[in-house]
Design a protein around this ligand. Structure first.
Ligand SMILES: Cc1cc2nc3c(=O)[nH]c(=O)nc-3n(C[C@H](O)[C@H](O)[C@H](O)COP(=O)(O)O)c2cc1C
Length: 360
């Protein structure tokens, strides 16, 4: 099982709480986190992109570093860890994105991957005049399918002629080609999103607790098999560990009690605009009242693995044992010290009982 870190390159990371550390993202901070992750032998980092934050008293995500630029800079300062940069299909033409990623992959000496996002959120793109309209909610994965076909053709052959519904290219070129297969992950949790992921991505990121996870892992595997492909599901978890279960629980409670209700209301407002059922938007809406273990809105509706260092290690081991997934993605509260504690106190226990890679 691979372990990755979801970098907090949006303001305040993934916590909508006045009790969380408040920060504006910077390259130095992202580098400190990435080098910490690389030093303990974690497998990958992933940076996100948001063009519009959710405000509130914490200014949640009001600032966000560009994902591809950031990942390229981190690539130049690391040597082992894989790096995934987010490509927003509404923000960049696929031929431009293909070239940016090929350049990033060159800087990374072959460690680059892509997180392809369809753009879930109309209020994020409308202010820039880049939201295609109401029916984009239903067509976003058709759009993404054409997008990926173009990127893949350019990476493979260096040129493409393409006559699609959304894109037309006439002998567009992109050299030098990366010379390797670039892995793509997509967060597609709705039924249409799962089908897209099975057909076009290599990994599927999901917000899913123990109950929901099996309902995604197997269908995506089966659909991928039908398409002659292999696709793994990677769940996302907020890690909150302390010396004892009680101390960790107190940290969880403090964050929830001091939740930024206005920013949460704004996230929910965006989620409610999405007519697709059964996907991430529904999970966000459920997060208003959900238990943190399932995914409370304070934690951006990511399920929380909390407890003593031993308890958290056991929870990670049980996810690996019970679901046989290829990996998971993690977020933290106070990033550098929490990640350090993860490396010193949790990772050795996880390594004893799972296939999580040993440090080189
Ligand atoms: C791990 C992870 C990373 C994500 N990164 C981004 C991102 O960087 N930018 C973005 O706009 N959306 C991001 N998303 C949100 C998804 O792209 C969005 O929820 C998508 O519309 C899911 O569609 P669904 O309704 O099919 O589940 C991310 C989601 C997950 C789980």
């Amino acid at each position: 099982m691979k372990l990755g870190v979801f970098l907090p390159n949006g303001q305040n990371g993934y916590l909508l709480s006045n009790a969380a550390p408040q920060f504006e993202p910077s390259f130095q901070y992202m580098l400190d986190i990435t080098q910490e992750a690389e030093g303990m032998g974690l497998d990958f980092i992933l940076s996100m992109i948001k063009y519009r934050g959710f405000g509130g008293s914490t200014g949640y995500w009001d600032g966000c570093l560009d994902s591809i630029n950031l990942a390229s800079g981190l690539a130049a300062r690391t040597s082992e860890i894989e790096l995934f940069a987010t490509v927003p299909v509404l923000g960049l033409h696929p031929a431009i994105a293909a070239r940016q990623i090929a350049t990033f992959n060159d800087i990374a000496k072959g460690r680059a991957g892509v997180n392809l996002v369809t753009g879930w959120n109309a209020p994020e793109y409308e202010p820039m005049g880049m939201w295609p309209g109401e029916d984009y909610y239903d067509r976003r994965y058709d759009y993404a399918a054409e997008y990926v076909e173009i990127m893949r053709a350019l990476w493979r052959d260096g040129r493409v002629t393409y006559k699609g519904e959304f894109f037309q290219l006439d002998d567009a070129t992109m050299f030098p080609t990366p010379g390797r297969y670039i892995p793509i992950v997509t967060a597609g949790q709705s039924p249409r999103g799962q089908k897209y992921t099975a057909e076009y991505s290599d990994y599927n990121f999901v917000f899913a607790d123990r109950e929901l996870l099996p309902q995604i892992v197997k269908p995506v595997q089966d659909m991928a098999k039908e398409a002659g492909r292999k696709v793994g599901t990677l769940p996302l978890y907020q890690i909150i560990a302390a010396e004892t279960d009680e101390k960790a629980q107190a940290r969880v409670d403090e964050l929830v009690e001091n939740a930024d209700h206005e920013a949460i209301k704004n996230v929910m407002g965006s989620a409610a605009m999405d007519p697709q059922t059964g996907g991430t938007s529904k999970h966000f809406l459920d997060g208003l009242t959900a238990d943190p273990e399932v995914g409370n809105a304070t934690f951006m509706s990511f399920p929380v693995l909390h407890g003593s260092y031993e308890t958290v290690a056991e929870k990670i081991i049980s996810v690996d044992r019970d679901f046989k997934i290829p990996g998971m993605l993690m977020t933290f509260v106070d990033w550098v010290p929490d990640l350090k504690a993860f490396g010193e106190k949790i990772l050795p226990l996880v390594r004893e009982k799972t296939s999580v890679l040993q440090p080189a």
